[in-house]
Design a protein around this ligand. Structure first.
Ligand SMILES: Nc1ncnc2c1ncn2[C@@H]1O[C@H](COP(=O)(O)OP(=O)(O)OP(=O)(O)O)[C@@H](O)[C@H]1O
Ligand SMILES: [Mg+2]
Length: 325
């Protein structure tokens, strides 16, 4: 089998806070396969954005410490300096953020945004060719009247349209890895559905891989071939979407799925998982999910479960997976 595009090994991220050291990512091991779409799901605060930012080399504040390995095509990104990382960003690795407004410069036209990406990635491209590519990219992301839109400024566009511009920018960069961090959270449900179907169409056009981050398991399941479930800065379950949907192995994944089913019944009260996400500053003994787990036994309070192989490229970090049905 071909080597994965990205291999993350023993990735740890911590940051100093007024209350002590916050452990934001704990010993993450994760592969991103080539040409695939991997979904990362977990409640708010589980470390999804921190993981994405670590991959793209944006530190979580100046007191943060990152260790372990993020190997992209044989190169450990953690060994690159800032200029090496900058060269990678927007070329081999591109990102679409939750809030498109912060990623667009209000003083630059749509054309300038798109052409800048092309010029950076392909310096030899002529101005006319760049404008042609920019137009084609706007068309590809479903923007009506792309010729007119090139002259628009971010402030003239709706949220959904800004997100499309960002996706067009990401497409133009032809990245090996496109990271989309909650790209639809700021949008209403109809636009969200449009953007999701757009990303799903783009899967076929992109030769690279996509890392799609959302707290919404239903969305991730619709779009992604594989799912990584995060909790408290750890990976608790990993596997093919269909296999996880058919039989979630981790109690946390099950709880997320239960929320999702209720979520679809519009007038039912929204179900949520009782308890709170762990405080990243608090010390953890045993399983990080134990305080909220319905299946907790004595061992869970003593020993942290390792991510173990269940076969069929499925992994779970739970002592009791397999025993509980
Ligand atoms: N620079 C920092 N200093 C201290 N704590 C931080 C820092 N950055 C992130 N954290 C903490 O790390 C945890 C993970 O945050 P992160 O933003 O990665 O979560 P997330 O899964 O993306 O959540 P959301 O769904 O809300 O976007 C949170 O508890 C957050 O408060
Ligand atoms: Mg986030």
């Amino acid at each position: 089998m071909e080597k994965p595009l990205v291999q993350i090994r023993n990735l740890e991220l911590s940051a100093a806070t007024g209350r002590g050291e916050a452990r934001i990512l704990r010993s993450i091991d994760l592969d991103i396969e080539r040409g695939s779409i991997l979904g990362i799901v977990g409640e708010s605060g589980s470390g999804k954005s921190s993981l994405a930012n670590a991959i793209i080399g944006l530190p979580a504040g100046n007191t943060s410490k990152l260790s372990g390995e993020i190997v992209l095509d044989g190169v450990n990104l953690l060994s690159l300096d800032e200029s090496g990382m900058r060269a990678l960003r927007g070329s081999r690795v591109a990102m679409v953020f939750q809030d498109p407004m912060t990623a667009l410069n209000p003083l630059f036209s749509v054309e300038r945004h798109l052409v800048d990406v092309i010029k950076r990635r392909f310096p030899a491209v002529s101005r006319a060719d760049a404008t042609g590519r920019a137009l084609a990219a706007l068309e590809a992301v479903g923007i009506a009247d792309p010729g007119l839109r090139l002259a628009s400024y971010p402030g003239d566009l709706s949220g959904g349209m800004r997100q499309r511009v960002l996706i067009a920018m990401a497409l133009l960069a032809e990245p090996d890895l496109l990271i989309a961090d909650e790209p639809t959270t700021a949008l209403d449900a109809t636009i969200e559905a449009q953007i999701v179907s757009l990303l799903s169409d783009l899967k076929a056009r992109l030769s690279g891989s996509i890392l799609f981050i959302s707290h919404h398991l239903g969305l991730v399941a619709r779009l992604c071939e594989r799912i990584c479930v995060m909790y408290g800065g750890t990976v608790v379950e990993l596997g093919d979407t269909a296999a996880i949907a058919a039989a979630p192995a981790h109690p946390y994944t099950r709880a997320l799925m239960a929320c999702m089913i209720d979520d679809q019944v519009s007038d039912a009260p929204l179900m949520f998982i009782p308890g709170e996400v762990p405080d990243p500053v608090a010390p953890v003994q045993g399983c990080i999910f134990a305080p909220r787990c319905a299946h907790v036994v004595e061992q869970c309070l003593r020993v942290a479960p390792q991510l173990r192989d269940l076969g069929a490229s499925r992994k779970v970090a739970c002592h009791r997976a397999g025993e509980i049905a």
